[in-house]
Design a protein around this ligand. Structure first.
Ligand SMILES: Nc1ncnc2c1ncn2[C@@H]1O[C@H](COP(=O)(O)OP(=O)(O)O)[C@@H](O)[C@H]1O
Ligand SMILES: Nc1nc2c(ncn2[C@H]2C[C@H](O)[C@@H](COP(=O)(O)O)O2)c(=O)[nH]1
Length: 223
């Protein structure tokens, strides 16, 4: 079948769509374990001190999850290793990593990406990118309610989030590990609107059929 990876900024809806899509396709979801990430709250308290450690934590967990996802060939992965570098280099660009840490990170990432080239399935079949505006991102971050991600917790997060969005634009344009589609996360409320959810699913299914990853006559009852 297929390996689909979700991408998108913080709070875009990756985990939510991973769950919806994996149920619809009858495939296995792989979620990013954020809530048992001991470094994440430390990073938001002291980004300069913990940016490198947090990135090594994420890189390690993403490496293992993408390897598992590429092994069983029948799943949906909530975010992937492909965005890891975006986050770290953005933090490095704002002075949160030394040049030695950047060199070490880049070498480690390169070794891991080379390792993936030896996998039976080297890359996902499809990237589903959820595009959101800053306003929607903030609304979703507030809705989800993680204290350390809130602007009240740290007003400088406004610049951080806006910068993150600016890094995602070229990242998506340059992404070429697999075919890709973009979902308008501002317009489509796939959580509250059945119509919007079906529109998102129909878009993804149509792309998979176009890529011959699903038979033309595929329907959810196939599961
Ligand atoms: N398309 C959407 N429309 C409205 N709310 C959404 C949408 N996608 C996600 N949400 C809500 O936004 C919050 C963040 O969603 P989540 O799936 O955790 O995002 P991510 O995994 O990208 O960080 C959650 O409270 C979720 O219910
Ligand atoms: N510094 C980094 N932070 C990251 C990375 N991946 C995710 N995150 C942060 C952003 C959110 O606070 C939280 C969960 O991300 P979601 O996109 O699932 O909301 O973790 C990273 O690689 N580096």
């Amino acid at each position: 079948m297929t390996v689909i990876v979700l991408s998108g900024p913080i709070g875009a809806g990756k985990s939510s769509l991973t769950s919806i899509l994996s149920k619809y396709l009858g495939t296995q979801p792989f979620y990013e374990s954020v809530d048992n990430n001991p470094v994440l709250p430390l990073f938001y308290k002291d980004p300069k001190k913990y940016a490198f450690l947090l990135q090594i934590f994420f890189l390690n967990t993403r490496f293992h999850s993408i390897k598992a996802a590429l092994t069983d060939d029948n799943n949906v992965l909530d975010r992937s290793i492909y965005e890891d570098s975006l986050f770290f280099h953005m933090n490095a660009d704002i002075g949160r990593a030394t040049k030695e840490e950047v060199a070490t990170y880049d070498e480690l990432l390169d070794s891991m990406m080379k390792e993936l080239e030896h996998m039976p399935k080297k890359h996902p079949d499809l990237l589903v990118h959820i595009d959101v505006s800053y306003e929607t991102m903030i609304k979703r971050i507030q809705k989800r309610g993680r204290e350390f991600e809130q602007l009240d917790y740290d007003p400088t997060l406004e610049d951080y989030y806006k910068r993150l969005l600016s890094y995602y634009e070229p990242w998506y344009e340059n992404y070429d590990y697999s075919p890709k589609i973009k979902i308008d996360g501002d317009k489509l409320d796939f959580m509250a609107s059945e119509k919007d959810r079906q529109e998102v699913l129909d878009t993804i299914i149509a792309k998979l059929k176009e890529m011959d990853k699903l038979p033309e006559d595929w329907t959810p009852s196939h599961n």
